[in-house]
Design a protein around this ligand. Structure first.
Ligand code: S3P
Length: 433
């Protein structure tokens, strides 16, 4: 169990930070590339272990993927029905996106497969994808009637149908759309609020026809499509740690080039700006169907805000780091309607409340979120990541404004999304000091 210690930043954070390729987009590029006919090249992909598990899962299904270098992979796609039966159990590691999206694809193949993951993933809800896939004709078994992995899938010819998802979840929507691509007829999915639309954007980029209206997406199954070249933008969820770090460490200024600014992910920027943060978006452009910009952040005094409703799906992964911004801000911040945080890599509400409390923050748990009275100086402490990468990195950033070093235990999990995180943070602290 390795630990990370962050020391109080004594000088401003200045310079340029390049963040890894977007994790969500990388999963989709790998899966759709493997379902396409012919070669797909993916540059700037995420080498976090979450995406590497998806890459290995696809290889286990007989698809050749060549890592050209640390920047680019080449997939020899074999079309919608070209995957072959894996001879072992597929390990999705810690990745909810990996297991849920792959379930959608494997449900529509003509072979048997088993998907599992680490202890955290095996405790996360799978019924939300298993139930709609079964309605399309899939045969899936899992623990507790299919509520938890391991999932054993006997692929079948699926039939398209209309689904209404009770949660705004891009993983659920994407699993259904991927199954719909293999199904006969039309598949439709409606969600209560619009979740990130990377699957829709990438399907369109591959030339797949989709019908999108507000919170409903429909597609006709069995559309074949050809491989293409994809450039993955930098991950805004990784950039978020530096957006907050530079905002709260006085006199900082950081540039973050080439970061994805998908409108359904941009909550972190909008909320930080509402809190008083100085964040600028430069050279807004489009790459492989996704909006991208160069971000510049300068430190600024922050104040508390209310976060809830439609802001939640577009900020879902950034709520832990927003707790840190709120602890450093003046006044009260309240997060509501965020019960989904309880079924992430860990219960992120409980984790952030207990660990920020150890640092002296005035923070209170609510069933659907939390309340933070900002402005209490944070203390040095020994904190636990709960094996959750975003909790670990958020606490590391909190350590920059604490009065003594903060030690975070169990930080191997950072590898799942941002393997270079501690090096980049250390480099900034060293250059800056
Ligand atoms: C993701 C969707 C979100 C997010 C996760 C990545 C995706 O989960 O929290 O980190 O890539 O589709 P839900 O779809 O369950 O909300």
């Amino acid at each position: 169990m390795t630990a990370l210690v962050t020391t109080p930043a004594r000088k401003p954070l200045r310079g340029t930070v390049t963040v890894p390729g977007d994790k969500s987009i990388t999963h989709r590029a790998l899966i759709l590339g493997a379902l396409a006919e012919g070669i797909t090249q993916i540059s700037g992909y995420s080498r976090g272990t979450d995406c590497l598990h998806t890459l290995e899962a696809i290889r286990a299904c007989g698809i050749v993927i060549e890592e050209k270098n640390h920047q680019c992979v080449e997939i020899q796609g074999k079309g919608l029905q070209g995957w072959t039966e894996p001879c072992g159990v597929i390990d999705c590691g810690n990745s909810g996106t990996g297991i849920r999206l792959l379930s959608g694809v494997l449900a529509g193949q003509n072979f048997f497969s088993v998907l599992t993951g680490d202890a955290s993933l095996r405790s996360r809800p799978m019924g939300r994808v298993v139930a709609p896939l079964r309605e399309m004709g899939a045969t899936i078994f899992g623990r507790k009637g299919g509520a938890f992995a391991p999932l054993a899938i006997q692929g079948a010819q699926l039939r398209g149908r209309a689904h209404v998802s009770p949660v705004a979840s891009a993983q659920v929507k994407s699993a259904i759309l991927l199954a719909g691509l293999l199904a006969q007829g039309t598949t439709r999915v409606t969600e209560p609020a619009k979740s990130r639309d990377h699957t829709e954007r990438m399907m369109k980029f591959f030339g797949i026809t989709l019908d999108i209206m507000d919170c409903t997406v429909a597609l006709v199954g069995q559309q074949s499509f050809t491989g293409t070249a994809i450039t993955v933008p930098g991950d805004l969820s990784a950039a978020a740690f530096f957006l907050v770090a530079a905002s709260i460490v006085p006199e900082s200024e950081l540039s973050l080039p080439g970061v994805g600014i998908n409108p359904h992910r941009i909550g972190i920027v909008e909320i930080l700006q509402e809190m008083g943060a100085k964040i600028e978006l430069h050279r807004v452009r489009e790459e492989s169907g996704e909006p991208v910009a160069d971000l510049v952040v300068r430190s600024a005094p922050l104040h508390g805000v209310r976060i809830g409703g439609q802001q939640i799906p577009k900020t879902i992964d950034e709520l832990p780091i927003l707790c840190v911004a709120a602890a450093a801000a003046e006044g009260e911040t309240e997060i509501s309607g965020a019960e989904e945080l309880r079924v992430k890599e860990t219960d992120r509400i409980r984790a952030m409340v207990s660990e920020l409390k150890k640092m002296g923050a005035s923070i209170e748990e609510k069933p659907d979120g939390l309340r933070i009275q900002g402005g209490n100086p944070l203390q040095g402490a020994r904190c636990d990541s709960y094996g959750d990468h975003r909790v670990a990195m958020s606490l590391a950033v909190a350590g920059l404004v604490a009065q003594a070093p903060v030690m975070i235990t169990d930080v191997e999990c950072i590898e799942t999304s941002f393997p270079e995180f501690s090096d980049k943070l250390l480099e900034l602290l060293t250059i800056s000091q």
